[in-house]
Design a protein around this ligand. Structure first.
Ligand code: NAD
Ligand code: MG
Length: 392
């Protein structure tokens, strides 16, 4: 009999969270659910907490607490609210935690889980971009494992199993190209929020979908690759692959390329992390290659995707630049969604914020702490807002 694993899901009501719960729900004997957290979608959070018999349900918003309490009355499921309660939930004994909150808010609960030696399945890419060295040193200090859930990083991780990483020459991560991959450059400036929010291949949360259209998502993933695996920036390549079936390729010193191929379904990467180190049957589509016919590739042009150039700069400057980049990008996305800035102005806003904070972020290279990260994150958001009036 296999052992029951205690699991918690942070960001349970989101796209990754729901896919994670789907897999957990298929094996009720295999898992015991400790904590589920969410935001304003209290109905979904309560529904899932009941069906999966969670110990505690947490909403990050205090104003949503009363409704959550009402919905869970008489069930015996604990209720809590607020950012501190989300972090507290991560300190509850569990074997495996899914980090699927969107944005820098995902960092603290992840760090907390690692402090308790819990295996951290990391979908929240912002954690590695803002605080890669801190996160990994925390994991090491507490003997905790971090497993990548972003599909490209799961793919690289899988291609490296049994390999000597020093024999790797390069890694290539693929990009679908997002909503505007076939748009002419001159039209991009007029792209609307609705247009940027529909992804041709993946069904994801709104923020990451817009980040895919601007390639900020891929820019984050390049940094994530450097931080997680320790590859040098010049070893990391990006290629546009509109079919989204090859998720990443690892190139070895004998010229071999190991590609990870699978359907565009996050349940593969989530399930791999959930069952690791075993592989178990997953309810994902099996590809019919004859029907697919061809995989195609296009160059990821630097002038079309300025976010990729900014990621290179983050990797060169190091230190707290990842935190600046991420916070400015989150702010730019907020302003774009609020229709205060245009689609192309997002990268301009990020670049200007990086320019302003560059000397400080670089100087603080040696003092990466949760406090220094949160301070510069706050400052970068304010500066990003200030740049609005200067954007072209
Ligand atoms: P989503 O918007 O669908 O869900 C986000 C979740 O986070 C929700 O449960 C929401 O309630 C919660 N949340 C939002 N703000 C919060 C806050 N301040 N404090 C606490 N909880 C908060 O997002 P998603 O698409 O599931 O993405 C989650 C993370 O996974 C992101 O970091 C994203 O980049 C990454 N990721 C997503 C995909 C995907 O296919 N969706 C793929 C790879 C990586
Ligand atoms: Mg990805």
């Amino acid at each position: 009999m296999t052992q029951v694993r205690r699991v918690s899901v942070f960001g349970a009501t989101g796209s990754i969270g729901q896919n994670t719960l789907d897999l957990i729900a298929r094996d009720p004997q295999g898992f015991e659910v400790v904590a589920l957290t969410g935001g304003r979608n209290v109905a979904r959070l309560a529904h899932d907490a009941i069906r999966l018999k969670a110990q505690i349900a947490v909403t990050c918003f205090d104003e949503c607490r009363a409704e959550l309490e009402e919905r869970l009355k008489g069930t015996g499921i604990e209720v809590a609210s607020g950012d501190a309660a989300v972090v507290e939930a991560a300190s509850r004994p569990a074997d495996w935690v899914m980090s699927a909150i969107v944005g820098a808010a995902g960092l603290r609960p992840g760090l907390e889980a690692l402090k308790h030696g819990t295996t951290l399945a990391l979908a929240n890419k912002e954690s590695l971009v803002t605080a890669g060295p801190l996160l990994l040193s925390e994991a090491k200090a507490h003997g905790a494992t971090v497993l990548p859930v972003d599909s490209e990083h799961s793919a690289i991780f899988q291609a490296l199993i049994g390999e000597d990483q020093s024999a790797v020459e390069r890694v290539i991560i693929t990009a679908s190209g997002g909503a505007f991959r076939d748009w002419p450059m001159e039209k991009l400036a007029t792209a609307t929020v609705a247009e940027a929010s529909s992804h041709p291949n993946w069904d994801m949360g709104q923020r990451i979908t817009i980040d895919s259209a601007s390639m900020f998502n891929k820019a984050m993933e390049v940094i994530e690759t450097k931080e997680f695996f320790g590859f040098t920036p010049d070893q990391i390549e990006v290629i546009v692959h509109p079919e989204s079936m090859i998720h990443a390729l690892v190139g070895f010193n004998d010229g071999a390329l190991m590609a990870h191929v699978g359907p565009a379904d996050m349940r593969h990467a989530i399930g791999f992390a959930l069952n690791w180190p075993d592989r178990k049957t997953l309810p994902v589509e099996r590809l019919d290659l004859a029907k697919i016919g061809a995989f195609t590739f296009r160059e990821a042009c630097a002038d079309r995707y300025p976010a990729l150039g900014l990621a290179r700069r983050v990797m060169e400057e190091g230190g707290l630049m990842g935190a600046v980049f991420n916070a400015a990008k989150e702010a730019a996305l907020d302003h774009f969604i609020a229709e205060e800035i245009g689609f192309l102005q997002m990268s301009e806003m990020v670049e200007r914020t990086m320019d302003r904070l560059s000397p400080r972020a670089g100087l603080q290279n040696d003092v990466m702490s949760l406090d220094s990260i949160l301070d510069i994150d706050r400052e970068a958001r304010l500066i990003a807002r200030e740049t609005i009036k200067t954007l072209g």
